[in-house]
Ligand binder design. Structure first.
Ligand SMILES: Cc1cc2nc3c(=O)[nH]c(=O)nc-3n(C[C@H](O)[C@H](O)[C@H](O)COP(=O)(O)O)c2cc1C
Length: 372
């Protein structure tokens, strides 16, 4: 069968075959997944948020060995505390009561941790002061054509990126943010709806996308949040987007860098099994709901971003070690209910394209009467 053609202006902008971008998912969108999506005709993105500059350098090098197609890198853009505080300072900001609370929680939920563990005060994230600018230098050195950022605006680097021939992508959850990004020179706006996995705003994808399209016209808009198949892709195009940015759809792929046990857990999840919480990062973040999150929401401390990440990743490390995923922190979108099996990233891209083409060629016309 000949390869399907489904092109939008996003394909020309990014030099890709299909208007499908792998969302930058820290911890999940590794070199293998990014390369597989690019090889399948979309744009792979390495989720670099928790990679040190050296680790990012290695990940990019690995990705380049796996594909000669374009791929991008996603991280967070510098914000005050994140960019200036050292990991030791962040650890010091975590109150003792929060450390004690997590110890009690781990004990209640039978998560095996060594006696006397001081959560957040050791282990966990490899956060370092000034990390994002150093990651960006790595991106420049490797001549990566696309840089994306969700938390914080990537606009500060647009002039430099443009002088290097790069494109900059910013994620937004409302029209005010979208206008600000477009006016500041961001090339592609991802309008991400409330149903998305990970950090999320308050407006759902359906109303958000057309409003952002109108607000930033003629800047290209890509739709995100709840899109996992060809129907979602066609809907996004109908709303005025020129492509899709998908996270959850690729989270259960063979290549995704999360524990196989977590993938198995995700394929059993329904659309009602996620919740938005500040427990994990201090910002509103959609995760698979667990007993741990429910308990913490009721009785635990809510610390400001990014302190919970320092606290929670040290707990997550012990769950990873024990391969206990019942209470694992897994950012995931509502569309996890539609992800029913573990596939390769190529299958996800190809099935999405085939279904979208089928709908555009015949499906809509067979269901809609345009004349008497
Ligand atoms: C496991 C996971 C990790 C994520 N990590 C990041 C991240 O590090 N940076 C980022 O820009 N967005 C992150 N996101 C959000 C995605 O970029 C994207 O906007 C979202 O997944 C789209 O919605 P969907 O999950 O319904 O496809 C993450 C999402 C998931 C599911």
């Amino acid at each position: 069968m000949s390869r399907k053609v489904l092109r939008t202006r996003l394909c020309d902008l990014l030099d890709i075959e299909y208007p499908i971008i792998l969302a930058g998912m820290g911890g999940a969108a590794n070199a293998e997944l990014a390369a597989a999506v690019s090889e399948a005709g979309g744009l792979g993105i390495i989720g670099a948020v928790n990679l040190s500059p050296d680790e990012l350098d290695a990940e990019i090098t690995r990705c380049k060995r796996l594909t000669s197609k374009p791929f991008g890198v996603d991280t967070i853009a510098p914000t005050n505390m994140v960019d200036t505080a050292t990991i030791e300072e962040l650890r010091n900001y975590i109150p003792d009561e929060a450390v004690d609370y997590v110890s009690r929680l781990a004990n209640d939920l039978k998560i095996p941790v060594p006696e006397g563990t001081r959560f957040g005060k050791e282990g966990g994230t490899g956060w370092a002061a000034g990390m994002t600018p150093k990651q960006i230098e790595v991106v420049y050195d490797h001549k990566i054509p696309v840089f994306a950022a969700a938390l914080g605006s990537p606009a500060f680097m647009a002039p430099e990126a443009h002088s290097r021939g790069m494109k900059v992508i910013g994620l937004v959850g409302n029209t005010r943010q979208a206008r600000a990004e477009a006016e500041a020179g961001v090339d592609i706006i991802v309008a991400q709806g409330h149903e998305a996995g990970g950090h999320t705003g308050y407006v759902a994808t359906m109303p958000l996308v057309p409003m952002v399209v109108d607000a930033v016209d003629p800047t290209p808009v890509v739709a995100a949040g709840g899109i996992a198949d060809g129907r979602g892709l066609v809907a996004a195009l109908a709303l005025g987007a020129c492509g899709v940015w998908c996270g959850t759809a690729f989270l259960c792929t063979v290549e995704a860098g999360i524990l196989p046990e977590a993938k198995e857990r995700l394929v059993k999840a329904t659309e009602k099994d996620t919740r938005v919480t500040r427990v994990f990062t201090g910002k509103t973040c959609r995760l698979l709901s667990t007993e741990l999150i429910e308990k913490w929401e009721k009785e635990g401390p809510v610390l400001p971003f990014p302190l919970p990440i320092v606290l929670c990743t040290s707990l997550q490390d012990y769950m990873t070690e024990a391969r206990m995923v019942d209470n694992y922190f897994i950012p995931t979108g509502q569309v996890c209910g539609a992800v029913k099996e573990i596939k390769t990233a190529r299958q996800v891209v190809e099935e999405m394209v085939e279904q979208a083409v089928r709908i555009l060629e015949e499906g809509l016309f067979s269901r809609v009467k345009l004349s008497e």
